[in-house]
Design a protein around this ligand. Structure first.
Ligand SMILES: Cc1cc2nc3c(=O)[nH]c(=O)nc-3n(C[C@H](O)[C@H](O)[C@H](O)COP(=O)(O)O)c2cc1C
Length: 151
């Protein structure tokens, strides 16, 4: 049984909707235990339990949402000490850009070092049905890849 941690931060609920969509998609893989946690409640102990990590957050002021940055700041050295190498994916809710958040996340995660398991997914504007389907597809593909051992 593999374990996928979906860690998210959301201010208005947009990123939370996307995290739930990714969770629904990942549920299609019965051999994956999917855990969804707000980053405020998550820490290194949760990463240690996981085989893969999906981060879901907004771009705020051209960067990662502050709470997601805090999560990464808190877990950086402890993850290195644990020797964690988790494949990760990024799901970013943005008004009209999102690239700053992706760049910053990629740069930070390369230091853990965690390998990227998928292209980052940026979804711009209000959350739509198409966005939710994209989030579900990402969750399902990530979980399926985890079962197949391709990461
Ligand atoms: C303080 C603040 C700063 C923002 N800065 C950006 C930005 O730099 N680029 C962008 O594309 N969207 C920006 N947005 C829009 C959010 O990324 C977008 O509304 C997102 O869906 C919010 O998701 P959340 O409420 O779940 O955190 C900003 C929103 C806020 C509240």
């Amino acid at each position: 049984m593999k374990s996928l941690l979906i860690a998210y931060h959301s201010q208005s609920g947009a990123s939370a909707q996307l995290a739930r969509a990714a969770w629904r998609g990942a549920q299609a893989e019965p051999e994956v235990r999917v855990t969804v946690q707000r980053v405020w409640d998550a820490g290194t102990a949760d990463l240690v339990q996981a085989d893969a990590l999906l981060l879901v957050m907004a771009e705020n002021s051209g960067a990662l949402s502050g709470a997601m940055k805090d999560f990464l700041d808190r877990t950086f050295y402890p993850s290195i000490e644990e020797g964690l190498v988790l494949p990760y994916a990024l799901l970013v809710s943005a008004g009209n850009d999102g690239r700053g958040a992706v760049r910053q996340a990629q740069r930070i995660l390369s230091g853990y070092p965690f390998p990227a398991a998928a292209e980052p997914l940026i979804l711009r504007g209000e959350v739509t049905g198409a966005h939710l389907r994209s989030g579900e597809e990402l969750g399902q593909a990530f979980a399926a890849g985890l079962v197949m051992g391709i990461f």
